[in-house]
Write a protein that binds this ligand. Structure first.
Ligand code: UDP
Ligand code: MG
Length: 316
C-alpha cells in the first residue's frame, strides 16, 4: 500500500473522571491497533473532569504523538463531548468509544474492516451487557422500541454510541448543531450505508457509571422530543376521547333528568374522581407541551455547543 492510500482513523473518547480507566484504555487500544495499516489518533475529550485523568493524557501526549487532548471548559455532557471530538478529528473515519472499557477497544479493528468493505456507518451492537442494573436494561429495551416507532428511523436496538463513522457522515453530522443531541439517532437519521458488528458489552473496568437511571431518562426524553412530535398528537387524541366520553355522559344525564321524577344525580365522589383525573391529564399535557416549548427556547438562543479550554496536538 502506498502512502497516498494510507487511511487515518481517529478514536474519539469522551471522558469524565476516568483516571483509573484511561491508562488501561490507552494500552488496550494501541495494542489492538498494532500492525494495522491505518494511521491512528486518539482524541481524548475531557468533559470537565476534576480528577487526574486530563493530566495523565497531557503527559502521555508528550510521549506519544498519536494521543491528543481536547479539554472542554466544563461538563457539557457525553453527547456534546462526542460532538466536540468529531469536530476536531482530521481523519477518514472516526470511532466513538467510551473510556470505561465497557466497549472493548479490541472491536475497533473489526469496525475498521467493515468500513474498508465500504460501509459508512458501522455500529457495534451489544449482544449482551454485563454489570448493569436490571432497571437500566429494561428501560433501555423499552426505550429503543418506543423510539423506533416514534422517530420512524431504524435506530438499531441495543447499539450505544460505540460506532465508526466515515468522513462523509462526520461532515453531515457537523451540520446538525442542535443543542439536545441524541447522537445514535442522528447518525441513523443522516442516512448512508450502515452495518452492524456484534460485541459483548463488559462491565465497567473501574469507577461508577455517570449515567444513573434519571440521566438515562433525560436522554430518552431528549431523544424523543428532538426526533418526534408524536406525543403532541397523542394529546389531541386523548383530549378527543375524553371529550366524546363527556358528551355521552352529558346526554345520559339530561335524558335521565327528563324522564326521572327525582330531580338530581347523586355522585359527589364520582365528580371528584373525574376532576382529579382530568386535572392530572391536563397538567401532564401542559408539561409535555412545555418540554417542546423549552426546546424551542433553547434552540433559538443559538448558543455554541461547547467551549474549549485547552487542546493538545489538535489545532483546528
Ligand atoms: N461521560 C462524559 N460526560 C458525562 C458523562 C459521561 O464524557 O457527562 C463519559 C464517561 O466518562 C464514559 C462515557 O461518557 O467514558 C459513558 O459514560 P458511562 O460509562 O458513565 O455511561 P454508561 O456506560 O453507564 O451508560
Ligand atoms: Mg459505561
Amino acid at each position: 500500500m502506498n502512502a497516498a492510500e494510507k487511511k487515518k482513523v481517529s478514536v474519539v473518547v469522551p471522558f469524565l473522571n476516568e483516571e483509573q480507566n484511561i491508562p488501561v484504555f490507552y494500552e488496550r487500544t494501541t495494542r489492538a491497533m498494532e500492525g494495522r495499516p491505518e494511521e491512528l489518533e486518539i482524541i481524548f475529550v475531557d468533559d470537565g473532569s476534576t480528577d487526574g485523568s486530563a493530566r495523565w493524557v497531557a503527559e502521555k501526549a508528550k510521549q506519544d504523538a498519536r494521543v491528543k487532548l481536547l479539554r472542554l471548559s466544563r461538563n457539557f455532557g457525553h453527547q456534546i463531548a462526542i460532538t466536540a471530538g468529531m469536530d476536531y478529528a482530521r481523519s477518514d473515519a472516526v470511532v466513538i468509544i467510551d473510556a470505561d472499557l465497557q466497549d472493548p477497544p479490541e472491536v475497533i479493528p473489526e469496525l475498521i474492516d467493515k468500513w474498508r468493505e465500504g460501509f459508512e456507518v458501522v455500529y457495534a451492537v451489544r449482544e449482551s451487557r454485563e454489570g448493569e442494573t436490571w432497571a437500566k436494561k429494561f428501560l433501555a429495551a423499552s426505550f429503543y422500541q418506543l423510539f423506533r416507532r416514534l422517530a420512524k428511523i431504524d435506530v438499531p436496538v441495543n447499539a450505544g454510541d460505540f460506532r465508526l463513522v466515515d468522513r462523509k457522515v462526520v461532515e453531515a453530522l457537523k451540520q446538525v448543531r442542535e443543542l439536545h443531541r441524541f447522537m445514535r439517532g442522528l447518525t441513523c437519521w443522516v442516512g448512508f450505508s450502515q452495518c452492524a458488528v456484534n460485541y459483548h458489552r463488559a462491565a465497567r473496568h473501574a469507577g461508577q457509571t455517570k449515567y444513573p437511571v434519571w440521566k438515562s431518562l433525560r436522554l430518552a426524553v431528549d431523544a424523543v422530543t428532538s426526533f418526534s412530535g408524536a406525543p403532541l398528537r397523542w394529546l389531541t387524541g386523548v383530549g378527543m376521547l375524553i371529550g366524546v366520553a363527556g358528551a355521552v355522559v352529558l346526554v345520559y344525564v339530561v335524558v335521565r333528568r327528563l324522564i326521572s321524577p327525582i330531580g338530581y344525580e347523586p355522585g359527589w365522589a364520582t365528580i371528584i374522581a373525574f376532576m382529579l383525573f382530568l386535572g392530572g391529564i391536563q397538567l401532564v399535557s401542559l408539561g409535555l407541551i412545555g418540554q417542546y416549548v423549552s426546546r424551542i427556547f433553547e434552540e433559538t438562543k443559538k448558543r455554541p455547543l461547547y467551549y474549549v479550554r485547552e487542546e493538545i496536538g489538535l489545532g483546528k
